[in-house]
Design a protein around this ligand. Structure first.
Ligand SMILES: [Zn+2]
Ligand SMILES: [Zn+2]
Ligand SMILES: [Zn+2]
Length: 425
């Protein structure tokens, strides 16, 4: 490098103008200009000044072979203070430009990486079902709905969806909890329908079975002991599910009246004079369903020995047992309040009869010729009885002693008179 170039370089490194340098060296700007364009050379004194000013050796300035090396290798005799190795202070822009370039490059790389990581949209999507589990009637099924890219096969999205349960399959109905009917009680069973697939109980219906009929042997049911109803009896329906019974064509000596007629009517009444005058009758069984025994129902049944009165009877009508010479042991139910005229007249076989506390009226001749009188009629309540004549007029107060009217006249009146007995409560 020639001196003129070195001068320019050194001056520019300091960022000085030709004028700045001229001022520092105390020369004219034109002198600097001539040095730098090579039309003149600085004299020895100015060489020294220049070398001091720029901190370089004179040798460096004058020797053209000292290319970039600023160390004055030939000038080893000089002290290091005079000729230290020259460190050229690089201008700031020399650092800034590469730095900016590097930063820009890194930014470009980062942006590129980010851009590459952002997947481009997949052009065509395919939806398929996977992992399908079929539903049953007991459990829901399920499947995965998966969306793939048709081009790259990448899984884009996976959703698990459920499939509704199947309907149950009904089996034939089966019978469970069966209770066999008897002649006294209905039976029952459960009709159950299960699912053929999962065995779940789907339907249960409780059903009853009709009572079976009695099994009679010797006129009695072998299962429940009930007496076999007589055949030939006549049933007259009341049209409301009840009926009235009459002897009809029955020729039994021991008549059993059923609680229900063969057509299903409840037997609630024995018709007026139903069995009257049937001398072959020995016993009659009346069911508890009967509430009314009509007037004279058993009148003049000369051989009738036993009959029962159901507990719902409230009136023993006139002549009911009149003339039943062999009858004994009839028990008057507790609810009876009226014993009719001649109801038990001429029942000479009775040993005794109890008049319950509920009775408030006894008709004329109700117990005419009743047994042999003494102690045969027992009153549950003694007090309050009066005698009235057939017109209803008061006759006398009955005085009881030990349940028997003390006055024989009164007692005879009960047995034989047309007087009516009334008890005031
Ligand atoms: Zn794709
Ligand atoms: Zn099922
Ligand atoms: Zn039975």
């Amino acid at each position: 490098m020639k001196l003129q170039d070195k001068l320019i370089e050194l001056r520019k490194e300091k960022n000085w103008s030709q004028e700045d340098l001229a001022e520092k060296l105390d020369v004219s700007r034109q002198a600097i200009s001539r040095w730098e364009n090579g039309t003149a050379l600085p004299d020895a004194q100015n060489i020294l000044r220049i070398s001091k000013l720029f901190d370089v050796t004179a040798d460096y300035l004058l020797n053209d072979d000292h290319e970039g090396d600023m160390l004055a290798s030939a000038d080893e005799t000089q002290t290091e203070e005079v000729n230290p190795p020259i460190k050229k202070e690089k201008p700031l822009y020399l650092y800034l430009i590469p730095a900016i370039c590097i930063i820009t490059l890194i930014a470009c790389v980062i942006i590129t990486v980010i851009t590459l990581n952002k997947e481009p949209p997949h052009p065509v999507l395919n939806s398929v079902r996977e992992n399908e589990i079929a539903p049953t009637c007991a459990a829901e099924g399920s499947y995965d709905e998966v969306i793939y890219c048709a081009e790259c096969d990448e899984e884009i999205c996976r959703t698990t969806k459920s499939i509704a349960k199947l309907a149950h399959t009904l089996s034939e109905s089966v019978t469970e909890n069966e209770i066999a009917p008897t002649c006294t009680a209905e039976g029952s069973y459960d009709e159950v329908v299960y699912c053929q697939e999962c065995d779940e109980e789907l339907l249960r219906t409780h059903r009853s079975t009709e009572m079976i009929s009695h099994k009679y042997q010797n006129r009695k049911c072998v299962a429940c002991g009930k007496a076999q109803p007589s055949e030939g009896l006549l049933y007259m329906s009341n049209g409301d599910g009840t009926c009235c019974v009459d002897i009809g064509d029955c020729t039994d000596e021991n008549i059993v009246i059923p609680d229900y007629s063969p057509s299903g009517d409840r037997v609630t009444k024995i018709r007026t004079r139903a069995f009257a005058g049937h001398n072959n009758l020995i016993s009659v069984q009346i069911p508890e369903t009967v509430q009314v025994i009509g007037e004279g129902a058993f009148e003049q049944c000369k051989n009738l020995e036993s009959v029962n009165l159901p507990s719902k009877i409230t009136i023993i009508y006139s002549y009911t047992f009149s003339g039943c010479e062999k009858l004994k042991g009839v028990e008057i139910p507790a609810g009876v309040y009226h014993i009719g005229e001649e109801a038990f007249a001429d029942c000479v076989s009775f040993e005794s009869i109890v008049i319950p506390a509920s009775v408030t009226k006894i008709g004329a001749f109700a117990f005419r010729d009743f047994s042999d009188c003494d102690g045969a009629i027992i009153f549950e309540i003694y007090d309050g009885w009066e005698l009235h004549d057939p017109t209803g007029a008061f006759v006398d107060i009955v005085d009881f002693s030990n349940g028997i009217p003390a006055d024989p006249v009164m007692y005879i009146a009960l047995m034989y008179s047309e007087y009516v007995w009334i008890r005031h409560q």
